[in-house]
Write a protein that binds this ligand. Sequence first.
Ligand code: ZN
Length: 244
Amino acid sequence: MRYAIMADIHANLNALEVVLDDVERTGGAEEIWCLGDIVGYGANPGECILLLRQYKMVCVAGNHDLAAIGKIDTTDFNPMASRAARWTTEHLSGEEAEYLKNLPLIETKGDFTLLHGSPNDPIWEYITTLEDAKKNFTHFNTRYCLVGHTHVPAAFGLGKYGAGYGCGFLSGREFKLVDNRLIINPGGVGQPRDGDPRASYAIYDSQTNTIQLRRVDYDIAEAQKRIKQANLPLSLATRLSEGW
Ligand code: ZN
């Protein structure tokens, strides 16, 4: 079985559409595992929710999803993010908001725990470094944990020799699930922050026991145009072509 792992779509419909096309083109997926932040920053929050809901999907809430429906307040957001959160709140239908309201913070699928930030703090904590990862292995019970939030693809392993950075999680390469335990981030679909502006997601193949990171080109100019037309902060548009 194949599973498409996506995080941080951030209302970027252009990116989401090409990622879903890429999933189909490469053999389809039994299910989408979505790690939160469907909305916030981008100009098409409702359309992204609508499109994703057409698929069989397991989804957890991210901090931007919760901010858009008023479940968390945005005082900890930077001004750009809180302006985008207010804009998103105003542009969600009642049904779309209801959908976000009902998202759980944590889901479990077999060997995988799915959440947005970290096992220790699913809403706010970023797992950026090996040190961050090390502290988190005691906070989930499954073998693997899938996270988003940083918008940077990464894999941190805890093997018999201790925690080590799982290199090899590069675009197009298959990452064999050999370590005892792993925390894996598929990168961001709608606002990648690793310097590569292409949409980032991953495919887990349970047959081969591998995770493959995929990067796909999408119409960045069109996504930027929509952000400008929506009168969202301009930097939310420019950052898309810079990949940060
Ligand atoms: Zn995010």
